[in-house]
Design a protein around this ligand. Sequence first.
Ligand code: ZN
Length: 417
Amino acid sequence: MEIRGIRVWDGERDRGVAAVRWRGDRIEDVAAWDEDRHPGLSLIPGLIDTHVHLVSYAGPDAVDYLTWPLVTPQVEQVLHGVAHALRALRVGVTTVRDLAADRSQVAIRHAFDQGVLLGPRVVAHGLVGMTAGHGDLFTPPDVIDRPPTADGPDACRRLVREYARMGADGIKVTTSGGVLSAGDRNEWRNYTRAELEAIVDEAHALAMPVAAHAHTRAGIQAALDVGVDSLEHATQITPAQAREAARRGVTVAPTLLILERIARGDTAVPEASRAKAQALFAARGEALRRAAAEGVEFVLGTDASGRHMPFGMQLDEVRAMARDLDLGDEGALVAATSRAARAVGMADRVGRVASGFHPDFVVVRGRPWQRIEDLTPANVVAVVARGQVVVGRVADDGTVVAGDPPEAAPATLGMWT
Ligand SMILES: [Zn+2]
């Protein structure tokens, strides 16, 4: 297949008007083309969201997000995960990394990779967390049958190995408390140095990168000290920590909108969670802008889970990154494409429009690398994933025919309000 005569931004720079040709799941050629046959349209790489949680309730009703996983069989949960993945795909997110994956996400990944369903590429990280840690406290304390936790270095190594056996692509670890976990505090230490060293050592020995959930300075430092590969949230990052992260190439997913939405009451959560979000939100803008000035490599990571941060809001997050972190239009787009590809270990395959890469593209109205406000669901004209057209149509003569714009993210309904 081929799209001829369209302005191409390749994940790093403006390539001018070009023709993009692909066969199956591989781009064969990106070559200059004389005639602009798609005035006002641009072709950019599919976006990569480095931090999502696919499996949560995906319907329009208000459900209790803490209870739903307990009362819904796993076979049914998987369908919701697929729905979320497809919702993201329709706005142009062609790769997602799930940071609390179990067999559900691995099953979804298999179904998409095998072509059973046309979905985004899924990268699955298994969560290693302590008893009473951020991950554990999504399950109410008196529930007996709970997702796994690990305490002590040996148990941590064992859980990492179990995820490797399951087919996980990487590991997520928590090094501070969190906002939506019930009953903990942001400041709670999650794991000792010995446990974190065991987790990172074991994961790296099995070729699995480690993403660290960390809000607090202490949590961020603990994660940096043991050599994690990415920081998630990094809400209280200091300039010194920012320099260290930049020097080591540790990417940071700032998850801007979810914390803002919870802090402002745009999504209903228990009062304790809202208070935790507000405490973190107050000083975050300044900390992250300073981190950006220190050269931190920010990547798109939304923490989308359907409810507090709906799938389909990834484009809103990219615009927020440009605005709130002073990344600039092109800088925010790099953070959502070629750099995000590196963060998820796929720098040689996705995030760029270049020969040898996978054909994952979005065709949008406007020039988002010059004017990031152009990057909205309403401006999405076509989406190509795994070489197949998901939104819009590509005619035999290489012309893009616009499809219906993907629906904007559904409004979330209140449960506690
Ligand atoms: Zn998360």
